[in-house]
Design a protein around this ligand. Structure first.
Ligand code: PEP
Length: 252
């Protein structure tokens, strides 16, 4: 039985004080019950401060990116062991903003995925198509290329300790959410692709939906059989909005 994961991607927002306040608000308002986990991914400079706020709580800490390298002459990069050191359990890899704005290829993303796992971090692998790709009918082949890079590098077994986030690029930060059926179709496809390699393992992998998820649409999305949570940007920046989505997971 898969549990829900509700993950907040704070992106490049906030300050030390605002991050501490947001984390404290989330900890204080965590819904009762089981069957779900909550995760926040603050910007790098605020990880330590947020880690302290989360101590003793059920809220997990993650980062938004990671270097594929261990240490040394990589100015401006942050290694997986540094993330571990500061208390991270998860790290987002291959977010569409990194693929589109910073030129990260699927092969580079796969390398980061492996580096994260080698250091005991759970990677959250983001995959998703642009509007143009959807309209051209290539959604599934785009997703396959993104998944296959990791399958080729790490094998299906690596997905036993990973999370996938389906994030249609056209829905991220646009206010346009995929309908539950649209999202479910792609989630089903992702699980089927993994099942071609290992059907039992495919059943256990958490696949999150990301793209303008908010309290108003969370229940409908989370009700779909292959949607196991959300990766949430905009609506993760206010404790009350984020907690409402966590509440939907707690009731699901
Ligand atoms: C994201 O960036 O991962 C995301 C899903 O953003 P938003 O919820 O704002 O669309």
């Amino acid at each position: 039985m898969r549990e829900f994961l509700i993950a907040g991607n704070w992106k490049m927002n906030g300050s030390i004080a605002a991050s501490e306040e947001l984390a404290a608000g989330i900890v204080a308002g965590m819904p009762e019950g089981g069957g779900f986990r909550v995760l926040v991914c603050p910007p790098f400079p605020y990880l330590a401060a947020v880690s302290r706020q989360l101590e003793g709580s059920a809220v997990a800490l993650g980062a938004q990116n990671v270097s594929a390298h261990k240490a040394g002459a990589h100015t401006g990069e942050t290694s997986p062991s540094m993330l571990k050191d500061v208390g991270c359990e998860f790290v987002i890899v291959g977010h569409s903003e990194r693929r589109a704005m910073y030129g990260e290829t699927s092969v580079q993303v796969a390398t980061k995925f492996q580096a994260a796992q080698a250091n005991g971090l759970t990677p959250i692998l983001c995959v998703g198509e642009t509007l143009q790709e959807r309209e051209a009918g290539t959604t599934e082949s785009v997703i396959n290329e993104q998944l296959d890079a990791v399958l080729d590098a790490a094998g299906v077994v690596a997905f036993a300790a990973a999370v996938i986030a389906y994030e249609p690029v056209w829905a991220i930060g646009t206010g346009k959410t995929a309908t539950p059926d649209q999202a479910q179709d792609v989630h089903r496809h992702i699980r089927a692709r993994l099942a071609e390699e290992d059907s039992a393992l495919a059943e256990s992998v958490q696949i999150l939906y990301g793209g303008s998820m908010k309290s108003e649409n969370a229940s409908g999305l989370l009700a779909m059989p292959d949607i196991d949570g959300g990766l949430i940007g905009g609506a993760s920046l206010q404790a009350s909005d984020f907690l409402a989505i966590a509440g939907a997971a707690a009731q699901g």
